[in-house]
Design a protein around this ligand. Sequence first.
Ligand code: MG
Length: 469
Amino acid sequence: MKYQRINIFLLLLALSFLSACESETASTAGSENRPPNIIIIFADDLGYGDLGTYGNPTIRTPHLDQMAAEGLKFFQFYSGASVCTPSRAALLTGRLPIRSGMASDRYRVLFPFSASGLPSEEITLAEALKEQGYQTGIVGKWHLGHHPQYLPLRHGFDTFYGLPYSNDMLPRPNAKWGPARKYPPLPLYQDTAVLDTNPDQRLLTKQYTEKAKAFIDAHEEEPFFLYMPHSFPHVPLFASPDFEGKSSRGLYGDVVEELDWSVGQILNTLKEKGLDKNTLVVFTSDNGPWLTEKQEGGSAGLLHQGKGSTFEGGMREPTIAWWPGRIAPGITQSLGTTMDIYATAVKLAGGSLPDDRTYDGTDLSPVFDDPNAKVRDEVIYYLGAQVFAYRKGPWKMHLKTLNPYIGEQPVAHDPPLLYQLEHDPSERFNLAAEHPEVLEELRAALQRHLDGVKSVPSVLEDIDQSYFE
Ligand code: MG
């Protein structure tokens, strides 16, 4: 009797073990057949030194800190430009803005008086992923053209909730700059319709978060691409009543802490739905901190300068890649750019880059496998349509420098300034005189890039004349 009971117990144990194996196999097989979901969370004007996990002493970012602890933290990751519009063009096309017409020396971003937007010939990441069967949504700030033919639904997104451009582009009767006095009311879009004008910006981050969670809810059974370009911490700063006045860093800290909360909401939603093991989430920023906004702007930490500059503070961004079970927790010194996110996502989706155009990104998957892998050796720092600086390995040369928000004219450097970024991340010690051979190598490498660039006429120059009548 006693042995019989033990046998039945063993039988039940074996059966439950078998059924556990079976369900494990089923779920693994399911995720193997289905390419990963892709989520890009893109902050606006967040600096390299603005997160707890990147050393900020007074801004609390527990969710991003945890994301970094569970994921891969990059220390040398770059945006494609140091201001909003070209940076977004680089991320969504995988190409330097000079190739898509989204770079110009006169106007660096699109304004409410601009006539143009991202050309329809460009293949956005949303279009490339749609081709692979993805559902695509954008929640947040677009800034690649606000006229109907340039809005997100014309560029591969199934849904859009958010602003067509920056949150400071609203009527400002006292603005110093003439055109800004006439800005129309700031529109909030749902798909192609204006849902509201001059929305209460204190609620934007919360609304974006709810919309993003609803998008995940709606598409949990199929591969999806969610692009979440937040409107903040771009000025003017607004936080919801839950966050306003809570950070010891002041309003800027309140705003960043609410963004951190939002990231936590997205990651927790994925975990609750069991989607975390099949979703790549990348958090980064479009450009460095707007330093001339003083305490309302962020911090580039130990990096020099910020938004609008081709010093490191303008384009090196806090960046975390998170994909539990696929990306081992760690840190990496490997170079990366937002254009690499495009190449990586297309590859993970099972697609390949079209061969009828030049791409400037590289698949980062080898770095996900091994944080010491090197997939990229160079970074090209354009300001408008010109190369201002060039990095190869640890070395960076500046041909020109400019901090456009303080009214400087570009300063040409001959010989160029030369910094060893791994020894001197703050770009303080010019080594041009000591290392002419390095300058020579960098000049030759940059020339090879320039020889391959066929720049496209800028669309940022196209002005809607009716705006001024
Ligand atoms: Mg920006």
